[in-house]
Design a protein around this ligand. Sequence first.
Ligand SMILES: C[S@@+](CC[C@H](N)C(=O)[O-])C[C@H]1O[C@@H](n2cnc3c(N)ncnc32)[C@H](O)[C@@H]1O
Length: 214
Amino acid sequence: MEKMSSFFTERVVGYDEHMLKNVYGCKEGYIEMSKLIPPSCNFLLDLGCGTGLELDEILKRMPNLDVTGIDLTQAMLDKLKLKHPDKSMRLICGSYFDVPFDEGKYECAISFQTMHHFSHELKLGLYKKIHQALTPKGMYIECDYMVEEQEEEDFYFAENTRIRKELNIPTNEFYHYDTPCTITNQIGLLKNAGFSNVKKVFRLENTTILVAYR
Ligand SMILES: C[S@@+](CC[C@H](N)C(=O)[O-])C[C@H]1O[C@@H](n2cnc3c(N)ncnc32)[C@H](O)[C@@H]1O
């Protein structure tokens, strides 16, 4: 198991090609997400934006968006900036659990393939923060690795705990290990965080998109 930021720094070369060719459903998911951004959106918050594969598609449709991107890995943000030097982007290197969000600012917040590394508890706190960051009619769109069965989710979380214990990794440090949640649990967490209407709008293999309205 590698530290989250080192994991992505090591893989930044070839990252875009890997996601588009090898992670089933992502290529289609990036396009699908771009279609879901409301046309009235001025301010977009992208959590775990990485090299911005979702932004590549979104900015084709909406080149004038004002984007705030937050990511733990500076190397990923550097690549994103190189791809879109002329766009209005505020890129913050830090953890979205810690970086404060402007309240009531964003018509839309998104995340793509980043939330499947965290516990229910951490996600619930983050979803509440996202809820606060949205305008009254704002929406959050999450595309992530999700599973169908509770047994599958339980297996990955138990493995994560077992490996961390074996390697003496403190629980509060971010290491890269996939712990996908079930679609049902994801929807439940978003509703518990205050979102009024949450639905699944896309699924290809395990790549799933949920939309949640404030
Ligand atoms: C699989 S990549 C996805 C990147 C991009 N959204 C995409 O779909 O290509 C996951 C990203 O989440 C970032 N990340 C992981 N944990 C994070 C955290 N706590 N705060 C901010 N970014 C985080 C990683 O640095 C990495 O760039």
